[in-house]
Design a protein around this ligand. Structure first.
Ligand SMILES: Nc1nc2c(ncn2[C@@H]2O[C@H](COP(=O)(O)OP(=O)(O)O)[C@@H](O)[C@H]2O)c(=O)[nH]1
Ligand SMILES: [Mg+2]
Length: 472
């Protein structure tokens, strides 16, 4: 017999984050989340699939509207605890066609059909006895259930909720729909697997498959970043020059080269997002806004690229070259740190002010005229800047939940220790790969895999920032 597919009904008061939890657990940004109460009128089912196989289903339900009155009805029609499920069933049958209990009937239907219950409350507002009727009705259905304390506002009444919730539910968890870490989501599934014999195996399996999928997503993303970096390091723009001194042509080629790099970086971002099931994510990579007088400071170097000392220790430049590195670096920093790659336009001349950073060649053509080749960028810090930006992005995307609907803000702050956190031996190894790539050498498969490994371990090393996410 085919194993049962577990179904969860997400229920609770209106506006407590039910749809948000569905969105997170189904990894589906299409679930509608709204600050307006009563948006969900009908149940809607969202499957959680991995590789075309359905692991579980989530049913988003309307909130309770008249729990107290519904409970009164049920109590009037019950003679003992042995008839509770039957009474709930009768209630739904009798009231289904009346407006009065429309939400109650709608939300109870999937539960009576066998769904497990995830009861959601908002732990940022105090408990009140008006919730008792909801919890009592759910208990009467006899279905396995778990209470989730979501946190919508700033305040915390978790302690206050513990006692009443544990009267009705075997398991009570803090589960913040927006910030729940991946591990937290897995814990929810395995926790629930303890409540139902039928679901034990399918939920354990679901947890395993989600974990395998996540490992695969990390690998695919790291691979995408690695290949994207190599392509960006090798990028150049060629154009024909009628006249060797045609400054306009030169500026145009430089501008096109910049645009090309920006597009390449954007493509890389979108691909990484798509692995995590984000297909139209709005993204903003903040400008770093470093004042120009700052450019020579050690602090500036540390934001992404390597410090001068670190570059020296990679062995790529000798101590003597360290001095000229400032000269080498300043233009690159102006371009890549000062404004972020997304905003470096407007200064084609800046590229030529920094000619040393970009290989720029003018070649004579056999048929006459000249060809201009802009790129690739030779600044030693350029790959590190790209690398740091890409790893930060992957970290943010992999920690995001589908209940978050604001744009993805990538803030590259001075606090970023992505690059400096890499042990120096590894850094040297990576720098060699970068330098080889920038010189146009083919990058070996084992070098690519090595970079993939480093990226995956960097992202794993920086676990979720959600602190609020611990069990009470
Ligand atoms: N800050 C925060 N807001 C949340 C969270 N969960 C839900 N909300 C907000 O609360 C409101 C109601 O959420 P929704 O999921 O639609 O609740 P539902 O009516 O119970 O389905 C929306 O404005 C959400 O953005 C959360 O974990 N954190
Ligand atoms: Mg809703």
């Amino acid at each position: 017999m085919e194993a049962q597919i577990p179904v969860f009904a997400i229920v609770g008061h209106p506006n407590k984050g039910k749809s948000s939890i569905v969105s997170t657990l189904a990894q589906d940004s299409s679930v509608s989340i709204s600050p307006l109460s009563g948006t969900t009128v009908h149940c809607r089912t969202y499957p959680m699939q991995v590789d075309g196989k359905e692991l579980y289903r989530l049913v988003d339900t309307p909130g309770f509207q008249r729990a107290r009155a519904a409970m009164d009805w049920m109590q009037r029609h019950s003679t003992s605890a042995s008839d509770h499920v039957e009474v709930v069933r009768n209630f739904v049958e009798k009231q289904r066609n009346h407006q009065h209990f429309i939400s109650e009937c709608e939300l109870l239907t999937p539960i009576l059909a066998g769904a497990g219950i995830l009861y959601v409350i908002d732990g940022s507002i105090p408990y009140g006895p008006e919730y008792d009727a909801e919890m009592e009705i759910l208990r009467w259905t006899g279905q396995p259930s778990m209470a989730l304390i979501n946190q919508i506002g700033k305040a915390e009444f978790f302690e206050q909720w513990q006692q009443p919730l544990s009267q009705y539910f075997k398991i009570v968890r803090v589960f913040n729909a927006q910030t729940a870490s991946f591990d937290r989501q897995i814990q929810l599934l395995t926790g629930f697997s303890e409540l139902s014999d039928d679901w034990h195996q399918p939920l354990q399996q679901a947890a395993d498959q989600l974990q395998a999928q996540r490992r695969q997503r990390m690998n695919l993303s790291a691979r995408c970043i690695t290949e994207g970096l190599v392509n960006m390091l090798q990028a150049s723009e060629t154009s024909n020059l009628g006249n060797k001194d045609d400054q306009m042509e030169i500026d145009k080629a430089a501008e096109e080269f910049q645009q090309k790099l920006i597009r390449m970086e954007n493509r890389m971002r979108s691909e990484v997002e798509s692995y995590f099931n984000y297909h139209r994510l709005e993204r903003e990579e903040a400008a770093l806004g470093i004042a120009s007088e700052d450019l020579f400071s050690e602090r500036t170097w540390k934001i992404f690229g390597l410090s001068r000392d670190q570059l020296v220790t990679t062995g790529m430049i000798g101590g003597a070259a360290g001095g000229s590195l400032l000269d080498l670096g300043s233009g690159g920093l102006t371009m890549f740190l000062g404004s972020g790659l997304g905003a470096i336009i407007g200064g084609a001349s800046a590229w030529f002010g920094a000619k040393k950073l970009i290989g720029t060649r003018i070649l004579g053509l056999p048929m006459g005229g000249h060809q201009l080749v802009v790129g690739p960028i030779t600044n030693l810090n350029f790959p590190w800047v790209l690398f740091g930006r890409a790893v930060t992005h992957l970290q943010l995307v992999s920690q995001r939940t589908h209940a978050m609907r604001d744009q993805l803000q990538i803030i590259h702050s001075t606090g970023s220790d992505i690059v400096s956190g890499i042990p120096s031996a590894q850094r040297r190894e990576i720098q060699r790969i970068f330098t080889g790539a920038a010189k146009g050498h083919a990058v070996k498969e084992e070098e690519l895999s090595r970079l993939v490994e480093v990226i995956v371990s960097l992202v794993a090393k920086n676990p979720d920032s959600s602190k609020r996410d611990e069990s009470p």
